[in-house]
Design a protein around this ligand. Structure first.
Ligand SMILES: NC(=O)C1=CN([C@@H]2O[C@H](COP(=O)(O)OP(=O)(O)OC[C@H]3O[C@@H](n4cnc5c(N)ncnc54)[C@H](O)[C@@H]3O)[C@@H](O)[C@H]2O)C=CC1
Ligand SMILES: Nc1nc(O)c(N)c(N[C@@H]2O[C@H](COP(=O)(O)O)[C@@H](O)[C@H]2O)n1
Length: 274
């Protein structure tokens, strides 16, 4: 057991029971091929994730932030795109009271950070928060997924390896993108049974695209009572169109549940089409 820490967060069980139906079953071995996918992010009233690309913007209040860390404790991995890794220098660990590093045993309850970095944009190293936390025993080392022909700067493999992480590659299509089925199968092959995908804008809009929406099990959105204005990183997926280019259907959340948390509201549901 590690000593409880001052920065540990807590999330009341009365709120947790409202979110739990949207979360993966613990240790669900049927999810080996394709992990359970929870898409989750915080947005403004005008559907922005941040003020502008590359700018970290705090939207979640204290209670919804604790909810995000509760979600992190319920997934075996947490995935972001390189744009978010570069903008935010995120910690990507779980800081809820009782997980490993925050009062719990070993690294129990800590999710594996995964960063999609097809073009080698994220200069991860000793200075990165996620690396420091892994070395302090407060998080797992990150896995970085690059393109097979992407440049890898000196020291990247070592920095990741020393922190218990790794660098791996996947094939890309002609526009340099991984196929999401390949990403999820690669995680499943490493024993990941559930992944929480936090963003940023490109990642979320891709997964809400009609082509991929079937891979997403749950969506959990924190809506903060602010407007960020034009020029932000916006959640706005491609529409589903017929051959003539006319919009056919609208995406929607089935089984929607609204959970007020402080000044924010958390919307949970299962994605589908109307
Ligand atoms: N409010 C919130 O909950 C969140 C806000 N953010 C914000 O979002 C912004 C970053 O968003 P974006 O610039 O859109 O970047 P992003 O985080 O979506 O990363 C985009 C990059 O990820 C890689 N990538 C994504 N999908 C890929 C695929 N299928 N195949 C290969 N590589 C892929 C590529 O390198 C691409 O350039 C930041 O300002 C950050 O602060 C990020 C996460 C959550
Ligand atoms: N839930 C949530 N609320 C916000 O207001 C946010 N800006 C984000 N951003 C995401 O959280 C990551 C930061 O995590 P750490 O606290 O550094 O562990 C960031 O990278 C985004 O994915 N999320």
């Amino acid at each position: 057991m590690s000593a409880p820490t001052r920065d540990a967060l807590s999330f009341p069980s009365s709120s947790a029971t409202q979110i739990d139906p949207y979360l993966p079953e613990p240790r669900d071995s049927s999810r080996i091929l394709y992990p359970h996918v929870t898409l989750t992010y915080a947005t403004s009233l005008d559907a922005n994730l941040s003020l502008s690309p590359g700018v970290q913007t705090a939207l979640s209040g204290a209670q919804s932030k604790a909810m995000t860390h509760y979600l992190r404790s319920k997934h075996s991995a947490i995935l972001i795109g390189a744009g978010t890794a570069v903008a935010d220098d995120p910690s990507l660990n779980c800081r809820i009271e009782g997980v490993g590093g925050y009062g719990g045993v070993g690294l129990q309850g800590q999710p594996r950070p995964v960063v999609l970095d097809a073009k080698g944009r994220w200069k991860v190293g000793e200075h990165s928060k996620v690396i420091k936390l892994a070395k302090e025993g407060r998080g797992l080392g990150p896995w970085v997924i690059g393109a097979q022909d992407a440049p890898v700067e000196d020291g990247k493999y070592k920095a990741l390896k020393d922190a218990g992480g790794l660098y791996t590659t996947l094939p890309t299509d002609s526009s340099g993108h991984f196929d999401w089925s390949d990403i999820l199968k690669a995680l499943g092959a490493q024993g990941i049974t559930s992944v929480m995908i936090e963003g940023g804008g490109s990642v979320i809009n891709e997964l809400l695209n009609p082509r991929y929406i079937g891979l997403v099990d749950s969506v959990i959105i924190t809506i903060a009572p602010v407007w960020l204005g034009k020029g932000g990183v916006q959640v706005c997926p491609d529409a589903r169109r017929n051959e003539g280019g006319v919009k056919m259907t609208v995406g929607k959340l089935n089984g929607a549940r609204w959970v007020p948390l402080g000044d924010d509201v958390v919307l949970c549901g299962r994605p589908g089409w109307q």
